[in-house]
Ligand binder design. Structure first.
Ligand code: 1QQ
Length: 391
């Protein structure tokens, strides 16, 4: 292109770009984004989140929505990787014009996608990101999912209560996943603090399905406890292969294994696995009772943690929106202003959720009080089972 022609082209480009920067208004119904994994192996976890968000949508809309204005959830699938999360977030921010985003499923994805929302000044509420450092990504990033540093130690204490003789621990973790790397750090610190010996640390990838070398190296150290930090598909296969190789001791699974969608993968070999929980179906509180009833009526079982956390994330946004809306009507207001006011309101509030009463510190870290440990009980069909909460 000749220099003059190029200058004209650039000038037109700038003009075109500027004409498109019209100030967006908040639509009715009010758009809230939900971007979790609806496809890929990560959907074993994400599918439970979709259900929680959908329950919250009808539950809170039937109770007046945002002071009489309905809200609508926009689902944009992230898949299981960073690129998928980035794309989904961009669609939420620029096309769906959402006031806030619930998502993504994995911390690994959050470290990539949250920055984009933060720069665009769009509040993000992580429904399941538990790695160290998530709220610190930016001012617009908070989470309802308590971090591994608080949740994970509960399962180690539970294992020692079941078998006080445990001394030797073998640790396995997915080294290509930010959450798994963070969680194994917590598990290893906890084990040491409890006076246990870590006999081996075995690494794998979340994409692996054959763990022959890690299993034989790990079991050669004669552990009395195995701790696995990975995701549902890889973690389920690893547990199965540990049992098939003859390991008889207790197994602790991390948060990435915290779903009944793992059961068809590990089958009867999942029986007895201990997993810490940031939610209990029987926790006190009228909202949990209502949520539990709605879930059980449809799914004929107890609600899982990821479903409760996704419900809580939507709830927090709706309740914060109600406060913003009381000060100045949200529907029809400048989208950019509402996003900023909503972020402040999210952080300022206290919420009675199915997870108990939660609030946030100024960085967006959740304050939650009660945690639990459940043990997997498989049914005779070897495909279904349940999480039995320990006392
Ligand atoms: C994280 C997690 C996931 C395993 C939950 C779905 O805790 O990535 O932080």
């Amino acid at each position: 292109m000749k220099p003059v022609t190029r200058k004209i082209a650039i000038a037109f480009g700038i003009l075109a770009a500027t004409t498109f920067v019209v100030a967006e208004k908040v639509a009715t119904p009010i758009a809230i984004g939900v971007s979790v994994a609806q496809t890929s192996n990560t959907a074993l976890l994400g599918r439970e989140q979709v259900i929680g968000a959908q329950i919250a949508e009808s539950f809170f809309n039937s109770r007046g929505g945002v002071n009489g204005t309905p809200f609508k959830l926009f689902f944009e699938d992230t898949g299981g990787d960073e690129a998928g999360a980035i794309n989904a977030f961009q669609t939420q921010i620029n096309k769906n014009n959402v006031v806030a985003i619930v998502g993504p499923t994995l911390s690994q994805q959050a470290f990539a996608a949250d920055k984009i929302a933060d720069r665009a000044k769009v509040p993000v509420l992580g429904p399941s990101n538990t790695a160290k450092g998530i709220p610190q990504i930016g001012d617009f990033i908070a989470r309802v999912s308590s971090p591994v540093s608080i949740v994970a130690p509960n399962s180690v204490r539970a294992a020692l209560k079941i078998n006080p003789e445990i001394k030797k621990v073998a640790v396995f973790y997915a080294q290509n996943d930010a959450f798994s790397t963070s969680e194994t750090g917590t598990f290893q610190e906890t084990a040491k603090a409890q006076g246990l010996e870590i006999t081996t640390v075995q690494r794998f990838q979340t994409t692996d399905s054959d763990f022959t070398s890690q299993v034989s190296a790990g079991l050669a150290t004669k552990p009395e406890l195995v701790i696995v930090s990975g995701l549902a598909a890889d973690g389920g296969n690893l547990i199965k292969q540990l049992r098939l190789a003859g390991y008889k001791g207790l197994i602790i699974g991390g948060n990435g294994l915290n779903t009944a969608n793992m059961f068809p993968v590990c089958q009867q070999y999942c029986d007895g696995v201990l997993i810490a929980q940031a939610y209990s179906p029987t926790a006190a509180g009228s909202l949990n009772a209502a949520f539990r009833t709605v879930y059980k009526n449809t799914y004929k079982k107890e609600p899982p943690q990821f479903t409760a956390q996704a419900f809580a994330a939507v709830q927090v946004i709706v309740e914060a929106l109600r406060r913003v809306d009381k000060a100045a009507k949200v529907s029809g207001a400048e989208l950019a202003d509402v996003r900023v006011a909503l972020n402040d309101a999210i952080l300022a509030g206290t919420y009675n959720t199915p997870l108990g009463t939660i609030s946030f510190d100024k960085e967006g870290e959740v304050n939650q009080k009660l945690f639990y440990v459940a043990q997997i009980k498989m049914n005779p069909d070897n495909k279904t089972g349940s999480f039995v909460y320990l006392k």
